[in-house]
Design a protein around this ligand. Structure first.
Ligand code: 5GP
Ligand code: ZN
Length: 113
């Protein structure tokens, strides 16, 4: 999508610190990290968010989560991390290209705010 920040990052039009990519998934460091590990994992195909997803998006969503688990394993943070998808403006979603936040490397309180 032309005017989407994360599509521009995936296309290399806006620089990012790449963490991982494959045919379906692109993962990069969050510009404003909230923890020692804060990686954003996004599908390469544009999808606005979880509430816009259908059954045809099941694989790309699953692959984003599997990439998060793999990155967490590689970074040695499996003693506690969180995968978060904000859905809708009231949750704090600010970029409307589906993304999974991988947050870890410190104690995480529950419930989140
Ligand atoms: P949301 O608020 O939609 O759940 O998450 C959007 C995330 O994108 C935020 O954590 C924010 O810090 C991050 N972000 C916003 N703009 C950029 C950018 O230009 N580059 C990178 N790497 N992250 C960004
Ligand atoms: Zn997009």
């Amino acid at each position: 999508m032309v005017d989407c920040l994360f599509c521009k990052i995936i296309d290399g039009k806006i620089p990012s610190k790449l963490v991982y990519q494959d045919e379906q998934v692109y993962a990069f460091e969050d510009i404003d990290p909230k923890a020692p590990t804060h990686v954003l994992i996004v599908p390469k195909k544009h999808l606005a968010g979880l509430k816009e997803a259908g059954a045809e998006h099941a694989e790309m969503i699953g692959r984003c989560h599997l990439a998060a688990a793999q990155i967490a394993r590689e970074r040695g943070i499996e003693d506690g991390y969180r995968t978060v998808t904000n859905v809708g403006p009231r949750s704090g979603q600010s970029v409307f290209h589906l993304h999974v936040h991988l947050v870890g490397g410190r104690d995480l309180s529950w419930p989140p705010g």
